[in-house]
Write a new protein. Structure first.
Length: 764
């Protein structure tokens, strides 16, 4: 029967009106308050560089520069000197001359008369009038040249509005100054002095380095060829930072204010400008967003990316043709929608298995509508082995076949998939769970056929019928029941609530272990090791045992592994080491040379004081270090820094033997054997127990013995439980055997008794 995929956020027939309304509303507010002014200006500066072009050359700057200050004197000059500049420019027959200088106050009468006479003698002179100006404001009451000057010249406005960055983006065509409508310098230079209404955007794509420029001192001294000014629009203005008339030219740096007027005039001379504002870009973005939700979801990233590219690149062509548009409100809308959709997609991906498309266990935990229904967990035991050889499409087919079988004959509406072959679902109250699960298990007796290949499916089930806990806890319990069924060879199993009563004790196991060591509940057992060439018991391995006063014997695999994995192994290790060295010293004194092996976690190798601690224990009980073997466990915890190897070398240097425990199950490589300064290799019992029935395990044991001997190392085989296995090991020239056939772990008294009565007897 069909199963539901993970639910989507804005599909399934629902159009996201609320999302669009909020996003468009925020974008409108963004545009109305001018929130994007800074990025807008920076983007336009980039576009100006792309569209960079030279100026027309019709406007020539006569610069009041540093050279002029040095030749003539600091500004302001005597007006008779400035009159010479006016006369010299006039003699060159320019089209007009404009002076970005305000002569607002009287100086010496003789000086003023000289300038007035020069203005009277020359036609087409424009003097500056300045309205009050500032950041973001202009008012109509301002300053203009004295009447004795402007009666012989035209007035032009040089007032500008600058922003937070001291940049001028808009220029007024004209301004009322003291009751008169005065055209701007830009309008006058562009021949549009009659049009004094409105403003226009300055196009800073003009390269200021191409503006023709001469020094005012060179003009006065006659060093400039008059033809350079003839027929040109000549503007006189400051180009020296000392005169403080400086503005930031976007994308080009700080320049004199006269350059703003030149570029503004070039903008008007280029042709009619149209400032479209930010509404067009927002409309484009709205159209794109609507298209996103009307087309297939897979096309959304492409549409939004293309829209962003259009908004970023489109204005380059528009501005090259005199059309200016603000794009940040439109980009803001695209970014908001992209961010929300990206967040939703990320959130949704976290609830979906990426291969099968089924909802995952995170989605299961949030399934409130299924909270009161019985939960069934299934674990495909060989899932990893099967899928490791498959492509993604084959794995998807494999999962689909599993899910189809799980849905046969039930009211299951949705199956959830976890990692490593875990599946979960709920069923209706009142369903006969036993019959249901038995029938499901029977369906999996038939192999699955995937792309022409047949695969057996090993599966177990766990059931949690309802305990009022969270979905996560309930599913965890069902999964534990499935794992218990697998370990016990069952098809399925109910969750046992009694296990919850022991949960608190399990959580405090490590803390109780420390107390158990102090209280004498933990003791050391000794498993004898047989020297195969001589048939004598040559040593023993010290093993930790815990007898709890209420729980009874606690499995070493439970408390030792927990202590090792949680970095709580040190106290237990030194408790066993102390007891084992004391026992070995006692046996050596009574019965001659006898070796003792103690497990050492690789996690303890980080302690630089470990060799000294071990040496101190040996000296305390006067045991020859050569009689102690430290079996290295948890080798995966070793680092690559070299500190762990150094610690092992120092242990070897004090005479202690090093053994690689459980060889064959972890980092069993030749490089590893070369790196560890071991004197002994211990073959894991899983290979020894199955070597009679499994040829590959037989080869593994035989090759390990040969390799170890070639490296000069002793070999210990553990897990020897039959005479046949021991005979095989003797034939392979193995050195030492350990296992139940030789002896089970026993107390120190039992070990001493065994040694005393059987020291020289060969096990038959």
């Amino acid at each position: 029967m069909p199963f539901k995929k993970a639910a989507t956020t804005d599909t399934e027939g629902k159009f996201p009106f609320k999302l669009l309304a909020w996003a468009i509303g925020l974008s409108l507010l963004f545009g109305l308050i001018g929130a994007g002014e800074y990025p807008e200006d920076r983007l336009r500066s980039v576009r100006n560089h792309v569209n960079e072009r030279p100026v027309s050359g019709d406007i020539v700057l006569v610069a009041l520069d540093e050279k002029s200050s040095q030749a003539i004197g600091r500004w302001p000059w005597p007006r008779s000197r400035y009159a010479q500049l006016v006369e010299k420019i006039g003699q060159a027959k320019p089209k007009m001359q404009l002076h970005d200088v305000v002569f607002a106050e009287a100086s010496e009468p003789k000086e003023d008369q000289a300038l007035a006479a020069a203005l009277q003698n020359n036609d087409h002179v424009v003097l500056a009038a300045l309205a009050k100006e500032g950041a973001f404001e202009l008012v109509g009451e301002g300053t203009q040249s004295m009447p004795m000057f402007y009666r012989h010249a035209q007035m032009g406005s040089i007032a500008v509005v600058y922003n937070y960055a001291n940049e001028v983006w808009q220029i007024e065509r004209g301004l009322p100054v003291n009751g008169r409508q005065i055209p701007s310098f830009a309008s006058i230079m562009a021949g549009q002095g009659d049009n004094t209404r409105g403003s226009f955007r300055v196009d800073y794509a003009f390269d200021l380095k191409t503006v023709p420029k001469v020094s005012a001192s060179d003009v006065i001294e006659g060093k400039i060829d008059p033809s350079r000014l003839a027929g040109k629009i000549v503007i006189v203005g400051s180009d020296a930072w000392r005169q403080y008339d400086q503005f930031m030219i976007p994308g080009q740096g700080k320049f004199g204010g006269v350059y703003v007027h030149i570029i503004a005039a070039e903008t008007l001379m280029k042709g009619q400008q149209h400032d479209l504002g930010w509404i067009p870009s927002l409309l484009v973005a709205i159209a794109a967003v609507l298209l996103c939700f009307l087309w297939q979801r897979a096309n959304r990233p492409l549409i939004l990316s293309a829209t962003a590219a259009l908004l970023l690149l489109g204005p380059i062509a528009l501005e090259a043709n005199g059309l200016f548009v603000d794009i940040t409100p439109g980009l803001f809308l695209v970014c908001v929608i992209s961010g929300v959709l990206g967040w939703r997609h990320s959130k949704q991906r976290g609830l979906v298995n990426p291969v099968s498309g089924l909802p995952n266990l995170n989605a299961f935990k949030r399934a409130r509508d299924e909270r009161d229904r019985p939960i069934i967990a299934a674990r495909v035991l060989n899932f990893a082995q099967v899928t490791s050889t498959m492509s993604a499409s084959a794995e998807r087919d494999f999962v689909e076949q599993i899910v189809k079988r799980l849905g046969v004959g039930s009211q299951v509406t949705r199956v959830y998939q976890g990692d490593d072959g875990i599946f979960g679902w709920t069923i209706d109250q009142g369903t006969s769970i036993g019959h249901h699960v038995e029938a499901l298990h029977a369906l999996f007796r038939s192999p699955a056929r995937v792309q022409g290949d047949r695969y057996d499916i090993a599966i177990t089930f766990g059931v949690e019928v309802g305990s009022g806990r969270s979905m996560a806890n309930r599913f965890g319990s069902a999964l534990v029941a499935a794992d218990e069924a697998a370990s016990e060879g069952l098809k399925w199993k109910y969750h046992d609530p009694e296990r919850l009563r022991d949960a608190g004790w399990r959580l405090s196991l490590l803390a109780q272990l420390d107390d158990a060591i102090d209280n004498g509940e933990v003791w050391v057992a000794y498993q004898p090791q047989l020297d195969l060439p001589t048939g004598t018991v040559r040593g023993a391995e010290a093993l930790a045992r815990w007898t709890h006063p209420e729980k009874g014997p606690i499995s070493p695999s439970e408390f030792v592994a927990a202590a090792e994995h949680h970095d709580r192994i040190e106290k237990l290790t030194f408790f066993v080491l102390d007891a084992a060295v004391a026992a070995a010293s006692k046996v050596n004194q009574r019965h001659g040379e006898f070796d003792m092996a103690v497990n050492l976690s690789a996690r303890l190798l980080h302690d630089k004081r470990l060799p000294m601690k071990v040496k101190a224990v040996l000296e305390r009980y006067r045991l020859d270090p050569a009689r102690l073997t430290l079996e290295l466990t948890e080798t995966a915890a070793m680092t690559e820094s070299g500190a762990d190897i150094d610690c092992l070398v120092r242990l070897r240097d004090i005479g202690v033997r090093i053994s690689i425990d459980d060889y064959g199950t972890g980092l069993s490589t030749l490089e590893y054997l070369k790196k560890i300064p071991a004197t002994e290799i211990k073959i894991d019992q899983s290979f020894v127990k199955s070597m009679r029935d499994n040829r590959s395990d037989m080869v593994m044991v035989q090759s390990t013995i040969a390799l170890a001997h070639s490296l000069g190392r002793t070999v210990v085989a553990e897990g020897v439980e039959t005479h046949e296995a021991m005979d095989l090991l003797v034939a392979m020239n193995c050195d030492v055997a350990q296992g139940f056939i030789i002896g089970r772990p026993t107390s120190l008294e039992g070990l001493i008794k065994r040694i005393g009565t059987n020291r020289s007897r060969v096990v038959a």
